[in-house]
Ligand binder design. Structure first.
Ligand code: AMP
Ligand code: GLY
Length: 421
C-alpha cells in the first residue's frame, strides 16, 4: 500500500513512524512534511489548504491511501477532493469536519444526539455578549466560534478580560460563543470511525497551558501522556455509549456521515462527563503518545475506516506501559514565535519534529511555534516521563521553553475527580 500523509507537524511525524512500521506499507510520503519526516517518508511540496492540489498530488504520486493530519485541509474539503479522484482517504468530508470547524454546529449535533456538553450562548453583538456573561456567571468561558488552533478560548474570572476577548473576536468579524464553565480534569479520547462503526483508542491527557502548574495562555498543547491511571474504570465504554456512537449516528442520520478520527475533548465534571469540544482529526500532541502504545498495524486500521470496513477489523491491541511527550517550543510561542534558529540533537530516538525545516547544508532549523515533541515509552508513567526528559536534555534550540511538569501530577497521584453533585 502506498500511503500519503498530509501535514507537517509532530502528529504527522508520529503517523509516519507508525505507518512505516506497518509491513503492509510499501511506500510512504509526507507533504509538505518536515526535517524529521524526511528520514522515513518522501517529501513533496503542496499547499495543504488547496483541496485540488492535495488530490493532484495523491493522483500523481499513485497513493492508495491518503491520511490527512490537520483540520485546515479537512475543513477546506481535501478529503472530498481525494475521494472524488477515486483514492481512499482517512479524514471526514468538509461538511462533517464542521464538527470541529464550527463550535455552534457541534452544539446543534450534540443537542440532537443527546450528548452531554456545556450550556452555551451564541453571541451576535456586544450587547448580547454582556447578557450572556451575566447569565453564564464566573468563571467566564468565551470562545471564537471558528477554527483557532486551540488559541481562541479565554477562561477567566475577570469579566473585563472576558468582554475584551469577545469584542476582539466580534470586531474581527467572527462569531462568539459564551459557555458554562466545566470543572474537573480534561481527557482527550479519540475514535477511529468509518461513519458507522466506532473504535475508541486510549484516553490521553494534554497540557494546554504554556507554563508549569497550568499557568500562562492556552496553546495548541505543550505535552501529553497515556494511559491515565486516575481515570474512572469504564470511562471509555461510557464515552463510546454516550458521546462517540450517538454523534457518529447523528451525523449519518443528517446525511453527513463522519469518517476518520473523531476526537472528543472531555471534562470529567462533578455532574458527569461533558464534551468540551470535538475535533475532526488526530490531536497534537496526543497522537505522539497514543500511536507508540498501539500494537495494531496503523495503515490497515486507517484503510478499514477509509473504505467502510471497520466492522470486520480485528479488535485493537495495545502495548503495556506508558508514553509521555514533551513539546519543545520556540521563544515567543504561542503569541509570536521566533523561527529560523538552528536545532541540534533532533535526529535522536523519540524526537518527533513539529516545526522544522532543513537547509541545503543539512542544518535543521525551527519553522514553527512548537518545534519538537520529545517522546518516550516506559514500563510505567514515571519511567516514560523520566526517559522523555532525559531526551529533552539531548536537544538544543536557543531560548527554547518547555514545561517541566508533563504527567507529573498523574505520577504523584495528585489528580482527583470532583465529588459528584
Ligand atoms: P477548546 O478550543 O474548546 O478546546 O478550548 C480550549 C481549552 O479551553 C480547553 O481544553 C479547556 O481547557 C478550556 N475550556 C474550553 N471550554 C471550557 C469550558 N466550558 N469550561 C472550562 N474550560 C474550558
Ligand atoms: N491537543 C489539542 C488539539 O489537538 O487540538
Amino acid at each position: 500500500m502506498r500511503v500519503l500523509v498530509i501535514g507537517s507537524g509532530a502528529r504527522e511525524h508520529a503517523l509516519c513512524v507508525a505507518l512505516n512500521d506497518d509491513p503492509a506499507v510499501s511506500a510512504l510520503a509526507c507533504a509538505p512534511g518536515n526535517a524529521g519526516t524526511r528520514a522515513i517518508a518522501e517529501p513533496a511540496a503542496v499547499d495543504v489548504a488547496d483541496p485540488a492540489a492535495v488530490a493532484a498530488l495523491a493522483t500523481g504520486w499513485g497513493a492508495d491511501l491518503v491520511v490527512i493530519g490537520p483540520e485546515v485541509p479537512l475543513v477546506a474539503g481535501a478529503a472530498d477532493a481525494v475521494r472524488d479522484a477515486g483514492i481512499a482517504c482517512f479524514g471526514p468530508s468538509a461538511e462533517a469536519a464542521q464538527l470541529e470547524g464550527s463550535k455552534s454546529f457541534a452544539k446543534h449535533v450534540m443537542t440532537a444526539a443527546g450528548v452531554p456538553t456545556a450550556r452555551s450562548w451564541p453571541v451576535g453583538g456586544p450587547a448580547e455578549l454582556e447578557t450572556a456573561l451575566d447569565e453564564a456567571g464566573a468563571p467566564f468561558v468565551v470562545k471564537d466560534d471558528g477554527l483557532a488552533a486551540g488559541k481562541g478560548v479565554v477562561v477567566t474570572t475577570d469579566r473585563d478580560a472576558a468582554v475584551a476577548h469577545g469584542r476582539r473576536v466580534l470586531d474581527a468579524g467572527g462569531a462568539v460563543l459564551v459557555e458554562e464553565y466545566l470543572d474537573g480534569p480534561e481527557v482527550s479520547l479519540f475514535a477511529v470511525t468509518d461513519g458507522t462503526t466506532v473504535l475508541p483508542l486510549v484516553p490521553v491527557q494534554d497540557h494546554k497551558r504554556r507554563d508549569d502548574g497550568d499557568g500562562g495562555p492556552n496553546t495548541g498543547g505543550m505535552g501529553a501522556y497515556a494511559p491515565l491511571p486516575w481515570a474512572p474504570p469504564g470511562l471509555v465504554d461510557e464515552v463510546l455509549a454516550t458521546v462517540l456512537q450517538p454523534t457518529v449516528d447523528e451525523m449519518a442520520r443528517r446525511g453527513e456521515p463522519f469518517s476518520g478520527l473523531l476526537y472528543a475533548g472531555l471534562a470529567l465534571t462533578s455532574r458527569g462527563v461533558r464534551v468540551v469540544e470535538f475535533n475532526a482529526r488526530f490531536g497534537d500532541p496526543e497522537t505522539q503518545v497514543v500511536l507508540p502504545l498501539l500494537e495494531t498495524p496503523l495503515a490497515g486500521l486507517l484503510q478499514a475506516a477509509a473504505t467502510g470496513t471497520l466492522a470486520e477489523h480485528p479488535p485493537l491491541r495495545w502495548r503495556s506501559g506508558a508514553a509521555v511527550t514533551v513539546v519543545v517550543a520556540a521563544p515567543g510561542y504561542p503569541e509570536k514565535p521566533r523561527t529560523g534558529d538552528p536545532v541540534t540533537g533532533a535526529d535522536a530516538e523519540g524526537v518527533l519534529h513539529a516545526g522544522t525545516t532543513v537547509d541545503a547544508d543539512g542544518t535543521v532549523r525551527s519553522s514553527g511555534g512548537r518545534v519538537l515533541a520529545v517522546t518516550a515509552v516506559g514500563e510505567d508513567l514515571a519511567a516514560a516521563r523520566r526517559r522523555a526528559y532525559e531526551r529533552v536534555a539531548g536537544v538544543w534550540l536557543a531560548d527554547a521553553h518547555w514545561r517541566t511538569d508533563i504527567a507529573l501530577a498523574a505520577v504523584e497521584g495528585r489528580i482527583g475527580l470532583p465529588t459528584p453533585q
